[in-house]
Design a binder for this molecule. Structure first.
Ligand code: ATP
Length: 237
C-alpha cells in the first residue's frame, strides 16, 4: 500500500534563498506525524511545498502514490490534503459559519450543514458564536475555527502549522486533546509542525527532526522522547 503522503528529496525556497535541502519523509493513513525544528529550520516552507503554495520547489510529493508537485492549492485540497496555516488564516470579517462554509468549497454533496453542526458539537464555543465575525473571537477559538474549517473539506490529511502559537498553555492543551480525539474518531491523518515539542510528541505517533532544511532524525514518538539529543535540544530536559 502506498503512503498517504510521501515527500522525496524536496529542494526549494524563495528565489536565491534555498531553504529545503533535500528532505524526505512520509505520513501513513491515519497517522499523526510531527516535524520538530528550531525557528527558521524550514517547517513552514515544508508545509507550503506540500500544499502547492511554494513555487520554487523540486523533488517529488505524492498523495496516495499520485505525483502532485506543481498542482494548485485547490487541486491538492480536492486530493484530500487541507492546510491550517500559521496564524490561522480565518477570514476575520466573515462569521464563524461563513468560514466553515468556505472550508467546504470543494464539496458538492448535500451534507455540508450537517457537518457544520457536527463540528459545533466538537467545538461548542464555535456553535455559540456561529453568527459572530471570526475576528471577534479569542486566539484559541480562532485556531479551533481554522481546524474545523480545514476539516470541512473532509480531508484524509490535515497539515497544521504551529497550532499552539500565541495560545495560553491551558488552551493549547485543550486544543491538542481535541486533535487527538479527532484523529482517533475520524482517522484523519495529521502532519503537525510545532515548537511545543513535549505536547506534540504526546499527540504524535511518529516524528522527524528538521534542521536547516534537512531531516536529521526520525522515529516513533517514544523513540524521539528517549533520544538524548532530541531531549536536550527540543524537550528541555
Ligand atoms: P518558524 O518557526 O520561525 O516559522 P520555520 O521552521 O517554519 O520557522 P520557515 O518559515 O520555513 O521556517 O523559514 C525558513 C527560512 O526561510 C528562514 O530563514 C526564513 O527567513 C526564510 N523565508 C521564509 N519565508 C520567506 C520568504 N517569503 N522569502 C524569503 N525567505 C523566506
Amino acid at each position: 500500500m502506498s503512503a498517504l503522503l510521501e515527500a522525496i528529496d524536496l529542494v526549494g525556497g524563495y528565489g536565491p534563498v534555498r531553504v529545503l535541502h533535500g528532505l524526505s519523509f512520509d505520513v501513513q493513513p491515519g497517522e499523526v506525524v510531527v516535524i520538530l525544528g528550531a525557528n527558521g529550520a524550514g517547517k513552514t516552507t515544508t508545509l507550503r511545498a506540500l500544499s502547492g503554495l511554494l513555487d520554487d520547489v523540486k523533488g517529488s510529493v505524492k498523495i496516495e502514490g499520485e505525483d502532485v508537485l506543481g498542482l494548485r492549492p485547490d487541486q491538492i485540497v480536492r486530493l484530500g490534503v487541507a492546510h491550517v496555516p500559521q496564524g490561522r488564516g480565518t477570514i476575520t470579517d466573515l462569521t464563524v459559519e461563513e468560514n466553515l462554509r468556505l472550508g467546504a468549497y470543494v464539496r458538492r454533496d448535500a451534507d455540508v450543514q450537517q457537518d457544520i453542526e457536527h463540528w459545533y458539537s466538537v467545538f461548542p464555543r464555535l456553535g455559540e458564536r456561529r453568527e459572530q465575525p471570526a475576528g471577534s473571537m479569542s486566539g484559541g477559538e480562532q485556531q479551533m475555527l481554522a481546524i474545523a474549517r480545514a476539516l470541512m473539506s473532509k480531508p484524509k490529511l490535515v497539515l497544521l502549522d504551529e497550532p499552539s502559537l500565541g495560545l495560553a498553555p491551558l488552551v493549547t492543551r485543550e486544543l491538542f486533546t481535541r486533535l487527538g480525539e479527532i484523529n482517533r474518531t475520524t482517522g484523519t491523518a495529521m502532519l503537525v509542525v510545532e515548537q511545543n515539542a513535549n505536547l506534540a510528541l504526546e499527540l504524535a505517533h511518529r516524528g522527524y527532526v528538521l534542521e536547516t532544511g534537512q531531516i536529521v532524525a526520525g522515529g516513533s514518538a517514544s523513540e524521539l522522547k528517549s533520544d538524548e539529543t532530541v531531549r536536550k535540544a527540543y524537550l528541555g530536559y
